[in-house]
Design a protein around this ligand. Structure first.
Ligand code: FE2
Ligand code: FE2
Length: 177
């Protein structure tokens, strides 16, 4: 289902998620599964992805529907459950929200969110990835704020929308530190 490049990224997210789970008292097996599968819907065609989104109804908000780059996250969560038979609420949530985040997201979701942006394959084009990866090993909330800040700078420079849930995740992580 994935190009070699995306597959390599998925393996990178799996490995970093595993390490972060070990350090932060989270299920290592769930971290590996969610990391490996988080982008499983990324290369589905648009029609198929749209059908999956439609099946989710109001669980997918209007802003997410308007941004094609976000669709693979909720669609991937559905594939995990229906195609791969993974019946686990935490993995479902981690895949579902890996692009925008979710206030009060569980530890696994925080790990996948951070690992997606800081696995070693990102180093080539995200200069801040190594520092955030190291920070995440010690301070998960600090790294969460750090990766969201940097993603927001980039979205602003590109004049793209920032999802309000991501703003809320950032604010809550800042207050938790
Ligand atoms: Fe993704
Ligand atoms: Fe990813």
């Amino acid at each position: 289902m994935l190009s070699p490049k995306r597959y390599a990224h998925s393996i990178g997210v799996m490995n970093l998620s595993k390490e972060l789970a070990q350090r932060h008292g989270c299920s290592v097996e769930k971290a590996e599964v969610a990391g490996l599968l988080h982008d499983c819907a990324k290369e589905l065609d648009e029609t198929e992805t749209r059908q999956i989104l439609d099946s989710l109804g109001s669980q997918v908000d209007a802003l997410t529907r308007s941004m094609r780059s976000l669709w693979h996250a909720p669609a991937g969560a559905v594939l995990c459950k229906e195609k791969f038979g993974i019946d686990d609420d935490e993995i479902y949530e981690a895949v579902f929200y890996h692009t925008i985040g979710k206030p009060e997201m569980n530890r696994l979701s925080e790990i996948i969110y951070i690992a997606d942006l800081t696995e070693e394959g990102r180093d080539a084009y995200l200069p801040w990835a190594p520092a955030m990866r190291e920070l995440a090993k010690k301070d998960l909330q600090g790294a969460l704020v750090g990766v969201i800040d940097r993603t927001m700078y980039s979205l602003i420079e590109q004049h793209k929308c920032i999802h309000p849930l991501t703003v809320e995740v950032r604010n809550r992580a800042l207050q938790k530190r």
